[in-house]
Design a protein around this ligand. Structure first.
Ligand SMILES: Cc1cc2nc3c(=O)[nH]c(=O)nc-3n(C[C@H](O)[C@H](O)[C@H](O)COP(=O)(O)OP(=O)(O)OC[C@H]3O[C@@H](n4cnc5c(N)ncnc54)[C@H](O)[C@@H]3O)c2cc1C
Length: 526
């Protein structure tokens, strides 16, 4: 998670080892544990999503609601749009969310041990150009009036470790020394990154600096090859980054996106994180606009109605002046009248929350916030109780992340649906067992979330996609906000999409936006 930082402060080390991937065997039986293991699948919206996909018949509307603005999708983009409308003084809107809980990829859970994330779990300290993120964090008290950050929310040390060659080691940088040339190649890569950063093209939000780039058409794996990167350790590190950021392998990621992660941010004091991850931000936004969020309300049709828009959700018809589409863009092609066909690829993911009744045995560097296993197809786990200020934690919840990058997305989605919970639990425990031999005696529950279209994949050519351009510049009455339009699945991009769409709604309705919020270009936002 701090990969861009470790490239800055490369340490010296030497060792030899091969890197590689563990092939996950398909296991069809229940996990082998000494005691009954609780848990199951927790994804609640899949059936509703599939009804939309399969164009199942929907009820005829039985009631009509007139409201100036409808926001479709209650993830970070939709909630940010609502937050911005409200700051502009508009209270007349509704947010319609398919799932039973708002938040999308920033949803969270809670049990007797801790709150925990279901997906997004941190936001890097925002740079000066991310003005609206800073504004939100000031409102939340994360950014103090004196410009300092609340240190309870800055990730505590130790932040990151990696399990390699039989023990835990501090930081992902430890892996660079595991094959010859790794450290040198990382230094050389850093030189590229510095030049890309200085170009001003790689920014957060990405819209501030993005311009047509030949790097968009090139696979990142090919760019690495052309630049002469060969060290298995360094290439593993790049591969891990693509899986972590985009749920994809370097061959399936554009060079523009592969570089963006490293070149887009200024040095920062570390990630901001909370036990429930970005669910903390969701909770704050819901405290502001939650009374207008309707959950369990999948939208099945959006069509023009005179100068305005008609939105159908369940048995309710909403007649509005404008709408914000903050659900994934591929659904717009199916559900929004006149929306272009979207050619985006989405990466399937699986996350699991493991409830630990006691902490397992291990050897080497101590438990950190982010814990990565080198020879794994998964991405490791984040410790939910890491930010606890208790002097001793005997129990915890670990959030295990697995981007199904090694199969084509359609096949991976089939695997997600077909493989039973017990088989997933077994694969997860077998993976962790290599680093924690007694893990099976420590875990009481494994709850699994399957996300078929978890995040957009910035494939080669993504930025040049005509559908992307058409949605991003839509003239209304439907405005598009989902983070997938940026190609970068990040909180900052979702917020930017939501606020931009809200601005356009306000302009269409002749409303006012919050006064004099400076943008990165020095103009004022409106
Ligand atoms: C495993 C994982 C880990 C991640 N970790 C991080 C992280 O640490 N930091 C970070 O910044 N980002 C992370 N992300 C990226 C995350 O996607 C973004 O940060 C952000 O939360 C995306 O917000 P969004 O609103 O654009 O999209 P989504 O979260 O996809 O929200 C879209 C919403 O629309 C709803 N919806 C869909 N169809 C309909 C319909 N027909 N009617 C009504 N509602 C509908 C969905 O249920 C959902 O709530 C992660 C993503 C994943 C998958």
């Amino acid at each position: 998670m701090k990969r861009r930082d470790f490239l800055v402060g490369l340490g010296a080390a030497a060792s030899t080892a091969a890197t590689g991937g563990l092939s996950a065997a398909i296991v069809g039986c229940a996990p082998k544990t000494d005691r009954a293991l609780g848990g199951g699948f927790v994804d609640d919206g899949g059936a509703r999503g599939h009804r939309l996909r399969d164009r199942m018949p929907m009820p005829a509307p039985r009631r009509t609601v007139r409201v100036p603005v409808v926001v479709i999708g209650g993830g970070m983009a939709g909630l940010s749009a609502a937050w911005w409308l409200q700051r502009a003084g508009m209270r007349d809107f509704v947010v319609l969310e398919l799932e039973d809980h708002a938040g999308g990829n920033a949803r969270w859970g809670e049990n007797e041990v801790s709150r925990y994330p279901w997906a997004a779990h941190y936001v890097p300290v925002p740079g000066p150009r991310a003005v609206h993120v800073r504004e939100l964090f000031a409102e939340m008290g994360v950014l103090r009036p004196d410009g300092s950050w609340d240190e309870r929310m800055l990730c505590f040390a130790p932040q990151e470790r990696v399990f390699a060659q039989g023990r835990w080691r501090e930081g992902l940088e430890a892996t660079l020394a595991l094959s010859s040339g790794g450290v040198e190649e990382a230094k050389r890569f850093r030189g590229h990154v510095d030049r890309f950063h200085a170009s001003g093209e790689f920014t957060i939000p990405s819209a501030l600096g993005r311009r047509p780039s030949p790097l968009d058409a090139l696979p990142f794996g090919e760019w690495l090859r052309r630049e002469g990167f060969r060290s298995p350790a360094f290439l593993w590190y790049m591969e891990y980054g693509c899986r972590d950021d985009y749920g994809a392998l370097p061959a399936d990621t554009s060079a523009w996106a592969g570089i963006h992660y490293h070149a887009s941010r200024d040095a920062d004091p570390g990630p901001l994180t909370w036990p429930e991850g970005n669910g903390h931000i969701t909770r704050h936004l819901l405290s502001r606009v939650g009374d207008r969020v309707h959950t369990g309300a999948p939208v099945h049709r959006v069509e023009r109605a005179g100068p305005g828009v008609r939105v159908l959700a369940g048995d309710t018809e909403y007649l509005a002046d404008a709408a914000v589409w903050a659900a994934p863009s591929f659904l717009a092609s199916r559900l929004v009248e006149g929306a272009p066909a979207v050619d985006f690829t989405y990466s399937p993911w699986l996350t699991a929350n493991l409830t630990l009744d006691r902490l397992p045995r291990e050897s080497g560097f101590p438990l950190s916030w982010d814990n990565v296993l080198l020879h794994s197809q998964a991405l490791g786990y984040v410790d939910a109780t890491h930010q606890s200020i208790a002097t001793r934690e005997d129990r915890s919840v670990w959030t295990y992340y697995w981007a199904l990058a090694h199969q084509p997305p359609r096949q991976a989605r089939e695997t997600l649906l077909r493989r039973p919970w017990g088989a997933w639990a077994e694969l997860i425990l077998a993976d962790l067992e290599r680093a924690h031999p007694d893990i099976r005696r420590c875990v009481s529950r494994v709850d699994v979330m399957r996300m078929g279209h978890a995040m957009v994949r910035p494939t080669p050519g993504f930025l040049a996609s005509p559908a992307r351009a058409a949605l991003a510049s839509a003239a209304g009455p439907v405005f598009y906000a989902h983070s997938d339009l940026s190609g970068l699945s990040l909180f900052e991009e979702a917020q930017h999409g939501g606020i931009t769409a809200a601005e356009r709604v306000l302009a269409r309705l002749g409303g006012r936006s919050p006064a004099a919020v400076p943008t990165a270009q020095g103009a004022t936002a409106r």
